[in-house]
Ligand binder design. Structure first.
Ligand code: NBP
Length: 469
């Protein structure tokens, strides 16, 4: 009996919540999990007349209307290939497999080729928003053939987050485009979080603000141009008290940041596509450094620095400087993220629509922010924009706030506080606006030791100079 509109495989946090979201929107959803007991718990805890659990994969597949639409929400990597391998013999021509996990876009490109070669359809769908998003409206980044997308567009739009009524589920492009955009979303998320963490470090160590004051600072920042989910939760974090000790939660959490790999993929892609995404990469490196807790503790008593005491004349003014430095750095982080998307669009032939991507991030996902409307406006007025930093409106911000960014970094350096993301931000800004760089010396060195040739400022062509004549 083919009664179900869509099927979801994988009943862990994301799959179960996504299936319930679909059921809430009126779809009959077939669900399946390798370990049946996990599915039984989901159904027992969330009884829903439109959610139908199957013990056997053939029964799950047979219950779906055609063309069958099956969403995989299993662990990224081998598990996706395993599930596809098991599904293929059970499917008919034209059936659609959608991978909604955090798959590497290269795997998605490979799977698309393999699956479409045998007459099935494949979509790589980036989903952001965690458990809460999956349940009540995630940001969805679908990639794959438009032919397949037309069959799932309505469902994806229905279950997605809405920004002023507009679904955050825009089609991104062919094969791996959706997973690529999700990867860059995560790369930007790493940078956003690192920049906020560095703001916290300088406010705490130079400004001597306590947790209650920090909560008020971030709350007020969330009422202005920095308004975003990450600033909002940061304000909340500073208020929470640990029931075990009565201390602030933030002070009982070990300073060792974990990661699942999408930030690393973003940094790798910056290298692969020849893009300067140094701020995004520095945020990944900062997590590596944070994880070397034992070495840091040992070094803290050996690599000492007697930091001069900084007397702040006006603490309120200092907070505003940090806010401006954070906002300028945030613009630069997004400039790098969108520049990476631009390079990828050319490299992989995706024809990405940057305005549409920024609108997709406005609700449901972790980097949702008021700021994204401005990115959409920037690409709306110039879809060929070379870099977000030279959009008129962002340029005005950068010109007014660069002074604060420089001052805050100088204070941090003077005080011995590590600020990898802030310093990389200003360095990228300065490099981008430098008409005459020092790369002429690099070319001279390359030509001297390796006869690699160089271009001249006054003549076209490639030249070699006999340096040792
Ligand atoms: P997990 O990433 O923890 O994966 C667990 C699921 O994979 C279970 O259903 C498990 O079945 C299934 N599975 C595994 Br592991 N190996 C399998 C195999 N060989 N065959 C069949 N099923 C297999 O689940 P999640 O946290 O819900 O995430 C799902 C996807 O969504 C991942 O790609 C994740 O990166 C992505 N994502 C997660 C979040 C988040 O906030 N968690 C946010 C956005 C995207 P079992 O019960 O039988 O072991």
């Amino acid at each position: 009996m083919k009664t179900n509109n869509i099927g979801v495989i994988g009943m862990a946090v994301m799959g179960s919540n996504l299936a319930l979201n679909m059921a809430d929107h009126g779809y009959h959803v077939a669900i399946y999990n390798r370990t049946y007991a996990v599915g039984e718990i989901v159904v027992a805890e969330n009884p829903h007349e439109k959610l139908h659990l199957y013990k056997e994969l053939p029964d799950f597949v047979a219950s779906l209307e055609k063309p069958r639409k099956i969403v995989l929400m299993v662990q990224a990597g081998n598990a996706v290939d395993k599930v596809i391998e098991n599904l293929i013999p059970l499917l008919d021509q034209g059936d659609i497999i959608m991978d909604g996990g955090n798959s590497n876009f290269k795997d998605t490109i490979r799977r698309t080729k393999e699956i479409e070669a045998i007459g099935l359809r494949y979509l790589g769908v980036g989903i952001s928003g965690g458990e809460e998003g999956a349940r009540f409206g995630p940001a969805i980044m679908p990639g794959g053939s438009k032919d397949a997308y037309q069959y799932v567009q309505a469902i994806l739009e229905d279950i997605s987050a809405k920004y002023e009524g507009e679904p955050c589920a825009n089609y991104m492009g062919t094969d791996g485009a959706g997973h690529y955009v999700k990867m860059v979303h995560n790369g930007i998320e790493y940078a956003d979080m690192q920049l906020i963490a560095e703001s916290y470090a300088i406010l705490k160590h130079v400004g001597s603000f306590d947790n209650d004051e920090l909560a008020s600072i971030f709350t007020s920042w969330n009422e202005g141009e920095l308004e975003s989910y990450l600033i909002e939760i940061t304000a909340q974090i500073f208020k929470e008290i640990d029931p075990k000790t009565g201390k602030h939660m933030i002070d009982v959490i070990l300073d060792r940041a974990a990661q699942k790999g999408t930030g690393k993929w973003t940094a790798e892609e910056a290298l692969n596509t020849g893009t300067d995404a140094s701020l995004l990469a520095s945020s990944v490196f900062a997590r590596f450094m944070s994880s070397q807790k034992d070495q840091r503790v040992a070094a803290s008593s050996v690599l000492t620095f007697d930091a001069p005491k900084v007397e702040l004349a006006d603490r309120k003014h200092f907070v505003e400087k940090v806010r401006e430095a954070l906002y300028a750095s945030k613009i630069i982080a997004y400039a790098q993220g969108f520049d990476l998307l631009k390079h990828a669009s050319e490299e992989y032939g995706w024809d990405l629509d940057f305005g549409s991507i920024s609108r997709n991030f406005r609700e449901g996902c972790i980097i949702r922010a008021r700021f994204l409307n401005r990115i959409s406006d920037a690409y709306g007025s110039n879809p060929e924009l070379a870099n977000l930093m030279i959009d008129d409106s962002f340029r005005d911000n950068l010109l007014s706030y660069q002074g604060s960014l420089r001052e805050v970094i100088a204070l941090a350096v003077q005080s011995g506080i590590s600020m990898p993301a802030f310093t990389t931000a200003i360095s990228y800004f300065d490099a981008y606006r430098t008409a005459d760089s020092s790369a002429n010396l690099i070319q001279a060195q390359r030509d001297l030791f390796g006869a690699h040739t160089f271009e001249r400022v006054d003549e076209d062509g490639n030249f070699h100079y006999e340096w040792n004549q």
